[in-house]
Design a protein around this ligand. Structure first.
Ligand SMILES: *Cc1c(COP(=O)(O)O)cnc(C)c1O
Ligand code: SF4
Length: 463
């Protein structure tokens, strides 16, 4: 059985944000330049870390190069130089808040690749009505974005879901949403997997999460075999599974899913092995697994955070040792500060290949690098040659057109390409694998659907 922690010693969640960072003990560990960068960049982009992450996961002697500092604290390079200067000079001149906010809004608009409207492309229609919170792209698997799970215990600097970060813990809304989800699933009997995503669904209290999950255990939904929960809480706030007041109730909920004969998979977003180095993060893995749930690990490859083979090999080895199954390495496109975080495809493949070659077969369940592009999940198999021309060898792991899956195809080699839309089919035959994005009724991949009124773009008024 799992260890019980003394509830009196349980750590309470303490966010670190723009508003309070200067009063934390970590502030003095930053040089004046780094302090300024935090101030300036967080005036434009949301900043949220937390006391556990700062104390346990960041090595302040290695700042600014520390990977978790890069992952959760704003970095100067995330803004274009002229934009940085605009905000920096306003702040240096003690400009009024409104003026900084106006300039920041202008920059955010340049950064936002998802103008209003596009966000609605992936919402399935049910009896002519949009089903809020559901994105159904691949036949077997439905993504579900519970409106109560649209924030996170810390914000990853590369993440672009910030346009929708807003937290609720609203039971009534959960019930209503669960009802529409169930109704949709009842009439889509080929769906075997439902994937809770966000934000982070584990931001929800157990009581609210239970409303969503228990609805899926209804006898009418026998075809739903797997419930997955995509979460970063295993890294940013493992207390959620161990010492939070409703952690035991969460374990009971997990037990119940398993007892109902379904597979429960916690899709743990682990970026770096240091996230699995603390006692409490390892205890979280033990407790989750003790319910019969599985943990799979997946993460994007991010420059400055995890762009080297040793990090990934360590991560996968640690995962396997603790019982978490390596699943995907993603290429990230969907980032607000793409130029700062992006890794060219050829380098991503090289990192993957080197890491993969250093781990045993039990860790080679991992697939990657994989791009979630408009037509599907594109797996970079490697670089090869046809005649005397270099090519990328690719395949679809998932595709909206299922007939494309697992058929190797080729693109012209391009050492600077960092996303699928920059690749060119190698031959006439390869063109079928590059469906025209404009033909698609799905404008955007992996776009969370805004479930309520847009929270606006203010980075400073976030919870
Ligand atoms: C990745 C993804 C899934 C899940 O795919 P699996 O290969 O089953 O993990 C489902 N829907 C979308 C839109 C995805 O991007
Ligand atoms: S990547 Fe996931 S955990 Fe990180 S900020 Fe984005 S939604 Fe939250």
């Amino acid at each position: 059985m799992f260890q019980h922690f003394d509830p009196n010693e349980a750590e309470r969640f303490k966010p670190i944000t723009r508003a309070n960072v200067a009063r934390t003990p970590y502030w003095n560990r930053l040089s004046p330049d780094l302090q300024e960068a935090v101030n300036v960049v967080s005036a434009v982009l949301p900043f949220r870390s937390n006391e556990y992450v700062a104390r346990e996961l960041i090595d302040w002697d290695r700042v600014p190069h520390d990977p978790i500092f890069q992952l959760t604290f704003p970095q100067k390079g995330m803004l274009r130089e002229d934009n940085y200067e605009t905000i920096a000079s306003l702040i240096r001149a003690n400009a009024p808040h409104d003026e900084v906010e106006l300039a920041a809004d202008r920059i955010r608009l340049q950064l936002n690749p998802h103008p209003a409207g596009q966000l609605t492309h992936n919402v399935p229609k049910h009896h002519g009505c949009a089903v809020p919170g559901v994105q159904h792209k691949y036949r077997e698997t439905c993504l579900f974005f519970p409106s109560n799970g649209q924030t996170c215990h810390a914000y990853c600097t590369f993440c672009f879901r910030w346009a929708q970060f807003i937290g609720h813990d609203d039971l009534k809304f959960a019930s209503h949403e669960a009802d529409t989800l169930v109704e949709y699933l009842r009439e889509h009997r080929w769906v075997t997997d439902i994937l809770f995503t966000g934000g982070d669904p584990m931001i929800m209290g157990t009581k609210v999460l239970r409303r969503y999950i228990e609805a899926l255990l209804h006898p009418d939904l026998e075809h739903v075999q797997t419930i997955r929960i995509g979460t970063k809480a295993v890294a940013y706030w493992p207390q959620r599974f161990v010492t939070d007041p409703d952690a035991d109730a969460l374990m009971t909920l997990f037990d119940r899913v398993v007892a109902a004969g379904k597979h429960l998979a916690v899709m743990g977003h682990y970026s770096h092995p240091v996230e699995l180095s603390t006692d409490i993060s390892q205890e979280a893995v033990r407790r989750i697994r003790s319910t019969g749930a599985n943990i799979r690990m997946q993460s994007p490859l991010i420059r400055h955070v995890n762009d080297d083979a040793t990090t990934w090999a360590d991560l996968w080895r640690t995962g396997v040792r603790l019982g978490a199954i390596p699943y995907y390495m993603f290429v990230e496109r969907d980032t607000g500060a793409r130029r700062y975080f992006e890794v060219p495809l050829v380098k991503a493949w090289d990192i993957f290949r080197k890491a993969y070659s250093r781990v045993s077969g039990l860790a080679r369940t991992v697939r990657g690098p994989s791009m979630s592009a408009t037509p599907g999940k594109v797996h970079i198999l490697g670089v090869s040659e046809i005649g005397d021309e270099r090519v990328f060898v690719l395949e679809y792991l998932q595709a909206r057109d299922a007939s494309l899956v697992r058929r190797p195809f080729f693109a012209c080699f391009d050492p600077t390409a960092s996303w699928f839309d920059q690749l060119v089919p190698f031959s006439e035959r390869d063109k079928q694998f590059f469906p025209d994005a404009d033909d698609s009724e799905f404008g955007e991949e992996s776009r969370p659907v805004p479930l309520r009124v847009s929270p606006g773009l203010s980075a400073t008024s976030r919870p």
